[in-house]
Write a protein that binds this ligand. Structure first.
Ligand code: PHE
Length: 466
């Protein structure tokens, strides 16, 4: 068989006992970096980071988020990819394999499960938001943003949210495209798209930063982002910053573990993880540097919530030369960035079904897609007909987001750290990560610092300490 891509057909996958056959591996380190960066960079960086930063008051939140990336996110990213590569299957099976190898309870596979479930829940709202981006491609192209004021941009977005039919249409389209790619096999469908789009997105963000500089409010934006005011931080903000660090690096959502399982043995996990971490953080900070100057220049409210990006950018595109074209390209790229993340959110579930129940990739996509679609209606209605139905003041979308980012991902991360640092032998982790100073730094961080930090943040959030 040709080396055409990952898991092109379900049968190849199930034949794999022990190591995966060659066609189930990334062809090179670069492919893995692209796919993993594609997973990491997405709506989390460009849509979510600015709006949660706005809601939680700016600089202090950003500082905690950056610290979380450094001392928890990066070591855990290495750990998760390592678990996947050593376990060599979907997250649930990988964890079961590892539990056997290191002679601990089979219940560790629940950790893999937690990842699969978190990814699934996240995707159910992710497709809806990606749908907003998709619809904005067409809005921009037909000149709907021309000369919009802040208020008009808000009204434009409000009309989209108020229309469940439109949200369902765009969300369904995103889901179908995602499933289409996943059904064809990740590498086949994915590689080319990511190749072209990731650098493009980066360049376009730089162009937008340039535009933000002309608004006269650039410094005010930077000040909001980077000047920490700790009086604005609550226990919840800290948990949200932690959760966002997980979300943005695609940690504990099963995706990185699954992608790790496709990683050849000779590739350096540490170097790749650091590259991914740097790129991901850079994109988020650039997005913030675009959005906050625009917020202040147009008298908008930084803490206005999930609509922040979708209200600020149309104003900019409506004012700049060739704005309709730039806007169109930007939202295409945002949609592709979202797509490459969405793929990694559903791939674990699909890999699990094909490997466990030996169904074809196509059937697995169909089944998970159906469940996902029904679940996504909850998010759609959160913005209109169910807006008033809240639990602890949160809509269905709010609850999903809070549960996954705030609790499931960090909890998964805690157990990944424990497994990598305490259950696996030092010999095994050295084999995977290499020896040396960097290794020792990782080892002590993953054993002591990351888990303790996560537990402290949990205790702080439920009000036990702090
Ligand atoms: N990291 C992705 C983003 O920032 C979202 C994601 C979360 C993907 C968890 C996979 C797993 O958009």
């Amino acid at each position: 068989m040709e080396n055409t891509g990952l898991a092109d057909n379900g049968n190849t996958v199930v034949e794999a006992s022990g190591g995966r056959p060659a066609q189930l591996q990334w062809s090179s380190r670069l492919t893995f970096i692209l796919a993993a960066t594609g997973s990491a960079v997405g709506l989390g960086n460009i849509w979510k980071f600015p709006y949660v930063t706005g809601v939680h008051g700016g600089g202090a939140f950003v500082l905690i988020y950056l610290a979380c990336i450094l001392v928890i996110g990066l070591p855990l990213l290495m750990a998760e990819v390592m678990l996947g590569r050593r376990g060599r299957q979907n997250p649930a099976n990988s964890m079961a394999n590892l539990a056997r190898e290191f002679k601990v309870s089979r219940h560790w596979r629940l950790l893999g499960w937690l990842g699969v479930v978190s990814g699934f829940l996240i995707l159910s709202f992710y497709t809806v938001v990606a749908g907003w981006a998709l619809s904005y491609i067409f809005d921009s192209a037909r000149g709907a943003f021309d000369g919009l004021s802040g208020e008009q941009a808000g009204a434009h977005f409000g009309r989209l949210l108020a229309d469940p039919g439109a949200l369902i249409f765009w969300g369904t389209l995103v889901l179908l495209i995602t499933l289409g790619v996943v059904a064809r096999g990740v590498k086949q469908g994915l590689e080319k798209a990511v190749n072209a789009m990731m650098p493009g997105l980066f360049v376009l963000l730089l162009v937008l930063v340039g535009y933000a500089m002309t608004t006269g409010f650039f410094m005010q934006g930077l000040n909001f982002l980077f000047n920490p005011d700790f009086s604005k931080l609550s226990g919840t903000s800290i948990l949200v910053a932690l959760g966002h660090a997980f979300f943005t690096l695609s940690l504990a959502g099963g995706g990185m573990m699954t992608y790790g399982s496709y990683l050849p043995q000779h590739v350096s996990i540490a170097k790749t993880a650091i590259t991914i971490g740097i790129l991901d953080t850079l994109v988020a900070l650039l997005a913030g540097m675009v959005i906050f100057p625009l917020v202040f220049a147009n008298g908008l409210e930084p803490g206005s919530g999930p609509g922040l990006l979708f209200v600020t950018l149309p104003i900019a595109f409506g004012q700049m030369p060739f704005g309709a074209l730039f806007g169109m390209i930007f939202f295409i790229m945002l949609s592709v960035a979202a797509l490459t993340s969405a793929i990694s959110l559903i791939e674990p579930a699909v890999a699990w079904m094909t490997e466990k129940y030996r169904v074809s990739r196509f059937k697995a996509c169909l089944m998970s897609g159906l469940v996902m679609w029904v679940l996504s209606l909850g998010t759609v209605f959160s913005f209109n007909i169910w807006e008033q139905h809240t639990l602890f003041g949160k809509t269905f979308f709010g609850v999903l987001d809070y549960l996954t980012s705030g609790w499931f991902l960090p909890l998964g991360g805690l157990f990944i750290a424990i497994f990598a640092g305490w259950v696996m032998t030092r010999r095994a982790t050295e084999q995977e990560l290499g020896r040396g100073l960097g290794y020792r730094l990782w080892y002590y961080t993953i054993r002591y610092i990351s888990p303790v930090a996560i537990v402290i943040m949990f205790l702080n959030a439920i009000g036990v300490i702090g």
